[in-house]
Ligand binder design. Structure first.
Ligand SMILES: Cc1cc2nc3c(=O)[nH]c(=O)nc-3n(C[C@H](O)[C@H](O)[C@H](O)COP(=O)(O)O)c2cc1C
Length: 232
């Protein structure tokens, strides 16, 4: 159990360039997909398909899609940012402001004034990834009586975590890239039919350098655990 817990604690978002000269070994990729295969899914619907993108040209095409920045994202993102390590340690949730471009940390930002270079910097990671996995789901493969496909969507979270832990156990970095999900151009490039939805995408690879230390916070177990009734 302690080994499992150690792996769970070690897993983290690798927001960094990956080594393009070092492709993810076929057998390691196969293990990551095997981990996805054995994910629990509501009613065992196995409601997902995974597109493995490892062709440089396709990765570059996806990376160069002009993705607009969402005003809602920046506004809501701002609300959960901490502006110092002390603040983050106190809050125990959310992210440190320095993770984001400077103009996104300005409560009075104006979308039309956001620096083009800052927007481009959020797209660049794709060009620094030897492999991208695009996980799509079919909402018609819905678990019985699951309003809004809630159980199906939770199942996709299990797929994500299984793959993430498998990658981490082999020293392969993984970063989720949510913004590709809402991008119709990605579906076109990958020939994903209209009726399927992109749940999430993740970049995989070996970090080019030792990751910089960054502060990771979590609430304490006692902060979210209740006994026999929810409340103090
Ligand atoms: C559903 C989901 C979507 C996420 N989307 C992104 C994303 O688009 N970009 C990103 O860098 N991290 C993304 N993350 C990673 C979280 O930000 C990250 O897990 C969280 O900040 C905790 O940090 P850790 O993974 O290093 O423990 C996502 C995670 C989940 C579960």
């Amino acid at each position: 159990m302690s080994e499992m817990l150690e792996l769970i604690q070690k897993r983290r978002s690798r927001r960094m360039p990956f080594d393009l000269e070092r492709p993810v070994a076929k057998e390691h990729l196969a293990d990551i997909l095997e981990a996805a295969r054995w994910s629990p899914t509501a009613h065992n619907m196995q409601n997902f398909e995974i597109v493995v993108v490892d062709d440089r040209k396709v990765l570059e095409a996806i990376g160069s899609i002009e993705r607009p920045i969402s005003e809602t994202f920046i506004r809501e993102n701002y609300q959960q940012l901490s502006f110092s390590e002390e603040e983050l340690l106190k809050r125990k949730t959310g992210l440190l402001g320095t993770t984001f471009p400077p103009s996104w940390r300005n409560p009075d930002f104006r979308l039309d004034e956001i620096d083009e270079e800052e927007i481009a910097s959020t797209r660049r990671p794709m060009a620094q990834s030897p492999v991208l996995l695009v996980v799509v789901y079919d909402p018609s493969r819905r678990a019985p009586a699951s309003e809004g496909d809630f159980l199906g969507i939770m199942s996709l979270g299990c797929v994500m975590e299984n793959m993430w832990l498998a990658a981490e156990s082999m020293g392969i970095g993984l970063r989720i890239v949510s913004s590709l999900s809402s991008e119709p151009e990605v579906k076109r490039i990958l020939s994903i039919p209209d009726e399927l939805i992109i749940a999430f995408s993740c970049r995989l690879g070996y970090p080019v350098s030792e990751p910089a230390k960054y502060l990771r916070v979590r609430r304490d177990v006692k902060d979210f655990t209740y006994h026999n009734r929810l409340g103090d």
